[in-house]
Every structure is written in C-alpha cells, then in structure tokens.
Write a protein that binds this ligand. Structure first.
Ligand code: FMN
Length: 154
C-alpha cells in the first residue's frame, strides 16, 4: 500500500507530528507548499494547524484539487479547536474520499500557550494513530477483495 503524509504548518508543530507519522510509516512528510507528487497513493495522511478556527486557503485549494485518492486520514495541531481537522474531513468526504480516522493534539502558540507541545507523548500518540489507520486501510482493501471475490487468487 503506497502511503503519503502531507501537511501545512506555519510554525512547525504540525510538521513535527507529520514527520513522526511518516517515519513510522517508512515514508517522508511533505509540505503542500512543495506540491507533493501523489500519483498512485492508496492512503493519504493530511495535517494542518488551526488558524482563526479555519484552514488556510492553500490547504482548501490543495484538498479540493486532489485527484485519484480513495482513502485518507486527517490530523492537526491546535490551541483547543478541532475545526480545521473537521474542515479537512468535510472537504475530503464531499469529494467521495473515505476518511478512515482523525486525530489531533495541542500545539504551542507564540511561546505563550501549550509550551513544549507537541511533546514526546504527543508524538507517540501520532505514531499509534498512523499505525492504526494503516491497519484499518489494509483491512478495508482485504474486504473489497473478498467482496469482489478476488480472495485466493494469485
Ligand atoms: C494566526 C494564528 C491563528 C490561530 N488560531 C487558532 C484558533 O482559532 N484555534 C485554535 O485552536 N488554535 C489557533 N491557533 C494555534 C495553532 O493552531 C497552533 O499553534 C498550531 O499548533 C499551529 O500549527 P503549526 O505550527 O503547524 O502552524 C492559531 C495560531 C496562529 C498562528
């Protein structure tokens, strides 16, 4: 299963989480600003910070222009609001992409709030999330094959 991890991060918190997930999954994490190549990707992890309760315009555009992706997972960092994560999920589902799961954690803000987050515990949780999503995605592929009577074929 080809997996990709992409993110948008202004101050590095979501990038940290994305890199922990990507490492765990044996891939790299790429910023959407670098226009990642997603040809043939079976499972896409997408992450963002929350900015004024919203996603940035470039993330909305990135999600709306996605092509050929069937399964995704969304994640993010925030002060307390999960609205950006919910927005990513909403856009993807509207496009008919199955969102397997969602996850988020606190992210530091201007050295004032949530100091030190994401911390090691957060990154451990991020790795667990990545593994659990991958497992669910693999199961869903098996189910499709069983339903499609491909089970047992070479
Ligand atoms: C301009 C700005 C606006 C923000 N607005 C919100 C917000 O509305 N709700 C929230 O929970 N966090 C908010 N935050 C906090 C960020 O979501 C949090 O620091 C996050 O970890 C940033 O992720 P990043 O480092 O990947 O950019 C805001 C941060 C910035 C810089």
């Amino acid at each position: 299963m080809k997996v990709a991890v992409v993110y948008y991060s202004k101050s590095g918190n979501t990038k940290k989480v994305a890199e922990a997930m990507a490492n765990e999954l044996g891939t790299g994490a790429k910023s959407i600003k670098d226009e990642p190549e997603l040809e043939g990707v079976d499972l896409l992890f997408v992450g963002s910070g929350c900015y004024n309760k919203k996603l940035t315009g470039n993330m909305v555009e990135f999600l709306e222009n996605l092509k050929g992706i069937k399964r995704a997972a969304v994640f993010g960092t925030y002060l307390g609001q999960t609205s950006a994560i919910e927005s990513m999920k909403g856009i993807l589902e509207k496009k008919g992409i199955k969102v397997i799961d969602e996850w988020g954690c606190s992210g530091a803000f201007l050295y004032l709030m949530n100091k030190g987050r994401p911390n090691e515990k957060d990154l451990d949780r991020a790795r667990q999330f990545a593994n659990s999503v991958l497992e669910k995605a693999m199961d869903s592929v098996k189910e499709v094959k069983v339903d499609g009577k491909e089970q047992g074929q070479a």
